[in-house]
Design a protein around this ligand. Sequence first.
Ligand SMILES: [Zn+2]
Length: 495
Amino acid sequence: MLKISRQLLIATTLLLTLTAYAQTPARNEEITRKYFSTLGSGTQPNLAGLTLFFTLMPKGADLHHHYSGAIYTEQYLDWVGREHYCINKVSYRIETDPVVISAERAKQPQDRSCLSSDEVLSNNAVLRELLKHWSDKDYGNHFEIEMPPDRQFFDTFGYFEPVASDYSDDGLQRLKKRAMAENLMYIETMFKLGPMVQDTGFDTAVLRNGVDPDTLNAQMSALMTTLDQDQKFRHGIDVHLADILASSAGIDDDQFTMRFQAFVLRMLSPSQVFSSLLAAFKEASECNRVVGVNIVGPENMTVSMRDYSLHMQMFRFLKAKYPQVNLSLHAGELAMGMVPPEGLTFHIREAIDVAGARRIGHGMDIAYESDAIGLMKAMRERDIAVEVNLTSNEFILGIKNEAHPVTLFRRFGVPFVLATDDAGVSRNNLSSEYALFASRYKTSYAEVKKLSYDSLRYSFLPAPDKKRLTQMLDQRFAKFEAQIADLVKSETGRR
Ligand SMILES: [Zn+2]
C-alpha cells in the first residue's frame, strides 16, 4: 500500500513538473521562437502570418512619430465636416474663408511668366520642375503623370493643417486608441511647431559669416538675450506649453504613456530656426511632458542644405546652455541624386558630434558619410540609435530591401528601432513595419523581441518611467508567448 502510494506520488510529481514546465514562461518563449521561425522560413515569407504575429506582439514604443502625419485622412475629413468647411476640388485644400482664398488665388506665382534663379531656388515646386527637365531626376517615378514622391509626401502636411491643430485633443486620444489596439505602451510624438521670430539683421549677419564658431556664438548670444527679454516670445512659449498640457490631458494611464518632442523646421530662415529652437529647448527644460527636441522638414531643400551646419552649431550652442535636453535629429534622410554627392557625407556625423544627438532619425545616407565605418563604430560604442522607418524610406527615397542601410546597422552593430514616421500619410502602422522588416530580412524572434525592448531603452523617458514600462513589457510578453503557445497547442491538436 505504502509502495503504491510512493509510486503514485512520484508519477503525480512528474506529471505536475511536466505540466508546470509546459506552462513556464521559458517554455512559452521557446515555443514562440520556433513558431516565429516557421513564418519567415522558405523562399516566400508568410506575410499574413507575420502580420498576425506582430499585431499581437507587444511592441513597446513608437519613437519616430509626427502627430499631424499620423492622423489618417478619414479623420481629417471628419473634422472638416464638424467645422462645416469644404474642400476645393481642384486644389484639394481645405477652404476656411472664401474671400481669403480668392485673394490668394490672384497671387499665384505660376501666373508670372518669368522667374529669377533666386525665385526658382526658393520655390521647391518650380525647382523640381526644372530638375525634371535638366536631369533624369524622378524619371523612374512616372514624373509625367505624378509629382516626385518626396514632394508628394511633404506636401501632404499643408492640406490638413487647417484642422490638425483645432482637434488635437481628439487626435491624441485616437492615436492612443490605435496604439493600444496594436499593443503599444508608449509614443514619443513630434506634436506642434512652437513660437518663433524673424530677425533679418541676424539672418544677414550669420549668412555672411558662415559658420565661424566664435562670431556665430556671439551672434547667437546677442539674439538669445533679446529673445529672453521679449515678452511676446515668452507668451508664445507659455501658450504652446499650455496647448500641449491641455491636448494631452487624460491621455496617460497605467497602460499607456505619451510624451512629446518640440521641433523646428529646417527650411526656415536662420533667425526663425534659432528662435524656435530656443523655445523648444526652454519647453523641454520646463515641462516634463516634452522629453526631447528634433529638427524636421525636407532635408534636400535649398535652405535645409545651405544651413545644415549652421543648424548643428545652433543645437551645440543651446545644448551647452541646456545640457539635460535630449536630442533626436532627423539626419541623412537623403538618397544619391537628391543633392550633389558632397551633401551626403557629413549630416549624421555633425548631428552626433556637433549637435550632440542621442538618436538619429532615418540615417539613410550613412554609406556615403566620410569614414562611415568609423561613424558606425562610434554610434555602436556611444549607444546612439537610429530610428528606422521602412515604409517612409521606400516611398520618399525609393530605398528598400538590401539597399536599405538597416543592413549595415545590423552588420556593424549600430542600435536601431522600428518606427512609423507618418502612419496617416504612409497609411501604415507599427505592426506592419515589423512585418515588413521580418519579411525582408532574415531575422529571429530574439531580434524582433529585442527591437521591442529597445524602443523603450532608447526612449527619452526618465529612468523610473522606463523601468516601469519595461516591467510592464515583461508581463505583456509573458502573456503574448502564452497565447502563441496555446495557439500552437490548438493547431497541433487539429492535425
Ligand atoms: Zn520624420
